[in-house]
Ligand binder design. Structure first.
Ligand code: F6R
Length: 254
């Protein structure tokens, strides 16, 4: 794992965007795995700016999002389909047919999971996976569990996740209880992974991901076993990392 600690949230997004942009320059037909939520917003803003100013070209890029709420139609402003259009896709030159997000409205979620996995495999797998992290150390919507879930599957969201995500809804009772998410194996099969986190409320989860035991009770801890992970965190999210780790990390000023 390489750890980059930044001075600010904006800097975190910029570091992440640089890695994504570098990936696309080196391989214009890259397959990206993408996340939603507040964390990657500054990364998307930066990528849009790079597209608009120096013409970063997304025309050959394919994307697969990590997850979607079950029962959310793509035109619902709370859906992850809507989020991705709003923050990213409508601002860049990606082809709609190259954008993939699990279908939260699918009749048969088992079949939807299989369809999604086959599609990823047919595209040759994910080159670069972008991840956020939940306060309970979930990645995608892989919640703490007794075993690591393998492939795209239905998840029952933890109460902690429902409470955390209720900030996007009028009320916690409106947050869907179920989601469809890429599994841990899907994520671990990606060639490169970047994990982003900002804010003091993510410090414990970042500690578990980087320094904790590898256990499905802290799903992000599995990333310690991946061969190419860059963890990009602002200083608040890095607050609990021990001095030995902080001493050998790359620290960037905002
Ligand atoms: C989103 C996702 C989740 C989020 C995590 C953090 O697609 O897979 O794992 O990355 O819940 O969410 P935020 O960034 O809103 O704190």
């Amino acid at each position: 794992m390489r750890i980059v600690i930044t001075d600010s949230y904006e800097q975190m997004g910029m570091e992440a965007a640089n890695i994504v942009a570098g990936q696309i320059y080196l391989k214009p037909d890259s397959v990206l795995g993408l996340a939603t939520g507040s964390t990657p917003v500054s990364m998307y803003e930066r990528l849009v700016a790079v597209h608009k100013t120096v013409g970063l070209d997304f025309s050959e890029v394919t994307t697969f999002n990590l997850d979607e709420y079950i029962g959310m139609s793509p035109d619902n402003p709370q859906s992850y389909h809507y989020f991705m259009q709003e923050y990213f896709f409508r601002h860049i030159n990606i082809r709609p047919e190259n954008v993939h997000i699990p279908d939260g409205m699918a009749k048969d979620m088992l079949a939807e999971g299989e369809r999604y996995e086959k599609l990823i495999a047919a595209k040759g797998g994910i080159d670069l996976q972008v991840l956020g992290i939940g306060q309970n150390a979930h990645i995608g919507f892989n919640e703490p569990d007794l075993k690591f879930a393998a492939t795209t599957h239905t998840v029952e969201l933890d109460e902690e996740t429902i409470q955390a995500n209720s900030r996007f809804f009028q009320d916690a009772s409106e947050v869907p209880r179920y989601a469809i998410s890429m599994g841990i194996k899907t994520i671990m099969m990606a060639e490169h992974v970047i994990l982003l986190a900002n804010g003091r409320n993510k410090a414990k989860a970042v500690y578990k991901a980087v320094c904790g035991d590898v256990t499905p009770e802290a799903p992000a801890s599995i990333l310690q076993l991946h061969r190419d992970v860059v963890v990009i965190v602002d200083k608040e999210a890095a607050a609990l990392l021990p001095e030995q780790i902080r001493g050998v990390t790359i620290t960037r000023k905002g």
